[in-house]
Design a protein around this ligand. Structure first.
Ligand SMILES: [Fe+2]
Ligand SMILES: [Fe+2]
Length: 442
């Protein structure tokens, strides 16, 4: 992955140099040479590669390069602006071809009517550009782009709907359900990798990403609880908007690292009431569940949360579902001011609240289905083997089925930890640090 990142960084800086100098200038030439060297390194390692640009981010083999420099963000934006959603570099790409491609990219926009057309006239054999299409299997590369595309599409529609509702506008429920359905289908297919990887997220998208994660989790959990499809989508919408009140609160407070003052705390807590107030105006479109969930999701099962009520009645079942998923995602997601917690610690923290914050039987159902180590977790066993969780064993939340990725001679072997009494999970590896080298296998 690092080589791909190095190549993209070099490409971005070289394009900046080329924008300043003529094609024939020695600085332009050496910029192309340098970029070509990086590209050769990449192609030697990976063969043909396909790099995607989705939602302003670069994507390679399901990994979204979130934390890249501003320079790369400009490049991603520029490429999207030219209608490029993916670039395919084939193994045989020559310096000449790369040079033509880079020169094309540095042309001023007013010189080009249509970049795609201009590009196709260059007739490059080993460099291709295109759009990402659902179920597009015609191109080289082994990427499951549709998932990334769906997720990014959902994220975009979430942020749009948030803003629209906040401004008193209406929400396109039909489109939203469509977006949510694809997220749900992705998870029901057992494809959790992307969701797990998006736990490192851009701060400005935090509330949206969190909302989408909570919505997705709540939907799969509801489907596990045998709700009807229509109910599942309604619960998904409730999950989506549970924190909408936060957009009415100063971003400085919401994104503040570390402890909040009493005053700030009051402001944050008001997101429940504010959210319900915003959503009640949309009740004709989205129904009453989102209003209830926004109001009640911090109430806790024992009613010791907020807002304070004058009556004593347990929260709505849907609020209980949302609050479980909400807490789970908040602990799971990496925030700037605290480490992301490993799965076992999340379980232990939440277990302390079983019967208090969370209704006990719902809590048990949640972890029986999610497992303590959710699908796609990278785990290390007491034998030293490293594997990726592929399937849960219902009723045994500590012993999932794991595909071994290390040592090499065990690679690909599936181990059912429920059946292997001597093998157990010793620890989980963080996909962004200790388990980094296995992340692409997720
Ligand atoms: Fe909340
Ligand atoms: Fe939340």
């Amino acid at each position: 992955m690092d080589k791909i990142k190095d190549f993209l960084k070099k490409l971005a800086s070289s394009l900046q140099i080329m924008a300043l100098y003529s094609d024939a200038h020695p600085r332009s030439k050496s910029a192309i040479d340098d970029t070509y060297n990086e590209l050769r390194d990449v192609l030697k390692e990976y063969g043909d590669i396909t790099i995607g640009i989705v939602g302003g981010e670069f994507v390679f083999e399901k990994e979204i390069f979130f934390e890249l420099s501003n320079r790369l963000k400009y490049l991603a934006k520029d490429l999207s602006g030219k209608g490029i959603e993916k670039i395919i570099f084939k193994y045989g790409a020559s310096r000449e071809e790369l040079s033509k491609f880079m020169n094309a990219l540095t042309r001023r926009e007013n010189e080009l009517e249509d970049f795609t057309e201009y590009f196709s006239n260059l007739g490059l054999e080993n460099i291709n550009i295109g759009k990402i299409r659902v179920n597009d299997s015609s191109e080289t590369g082994t990427l499951a782009y549709e998932d990334i595309d769906d997720y990014s599409y959902s994220l975009e529609s979430v942020s749009k709907s948030f803003n629209s509702i906040f401004r008193g506008g209406t929400v396109d429920v039909f489109n939203m359900k469509k977006a949510m359905k694809s997220t749900l289908e992705m998870l029901l297919r057992g494809d959790w990798g992307l969701m797990m990887l998006t736990s490192v997220k851009r701060h400005d998208l935090f509330t949206f990403t969190h909302s989408l994660n909570v919505s997705a989790l709540a939907m799969v959990f509801a489907s596990e609880l045998m709700f009807s499809k229509e109910n599942i989508l309604d619960i998904g919408i409730a999950g989506l908007f549970h924190d909408i009140g936060k957009i009415a609160i100063s971003r400085k407070v919401i994104e503040k690292p570390g402890f909040l003052t009493d005053e700030e705390m009051v402001s944050v807590k008001s997101h429940t009431i504010l959210g319900a107030e915003i959503l009640i105006q949309q009740v004709d479109y989205i129904g009453i569940l989102p209003v209830i969930a926004a109001f009640e999701h911090h109430l806790r099962y024992d009613l010791k949360g907020y807002p304070k009520l004058h009556y004593s009645r347990h929260p709505h079942f849907v609020s209980l579902i949302i609050s479980l998923c909400d807490c789970y995602d908040a602990l799971r997601s990496r925030r700037s001011y605290k480490r992301d917690y490993p799965p076992l610690m999340i379980y232990e923290i939440m277990f302390k609240e079983r019967g208090r914050m969370f209704e006990s039987s719902l809590f048990d159902k949640f972890f029986d289905f999610m497992g303590v180590y959710p699908i796609s977790t990278i785990v290390q066993m007491n034998t030293g083997w490293i594997g990726i969780v592929r399937e849960q064993n219902k009723g045994d939340r500590f012993s999932p089925k794991v595909e071994i990725v290390y040592p090499p001679k065990k690679k690909g072997v599936m181990v059912d930890l429920k059946k292997e009494s001597k093998i157990e999970i010793k620890t989980s590896l963080n996909p962004f640090s200790s388990g980094k080298e296995y992340t692409s296998l997720i």
